[in-house]
Design a protein around this ligand. Sequence first.
Ligand code: ZN
Length: 117
Amino acid sequence: MSQPLKLKRRNAAVLCSIWPDGFESCILFSDLRDACPCAHCIGEEVMGQKVYIGRKVFAPGMNELVDLKPVGNYAIQALWKDGHDSGIYTFDLLRQVFVNKKLSAETLATIDDEIHR
Ligand SMILES: [Zn+2]
């Protein structure tokens, strides 16, 4: 999968993307955070067993996206307000999240409404 042409923050809760094949999608920051692929979030195989280093509990700011940084030409790294920054999202993974978690136009309109109120 090639990289997104555009990754753009729509508002305080939503990230939008445009891809070379014309696919467009917006997702919630929280869905991106949920998909964090780092060992802390998804667990690590240790001697054939899944070991979770940290538990997924709510931390203030954990779903607030601070920055997205390019990693080489294959991935982006997300920095979250709770300080978590070990998640490297390959473009394949990113595309998967944007496909699976795509917000409908109605949901987007509702979120815009709530945030601007
Ligand atoms: Zn993580």
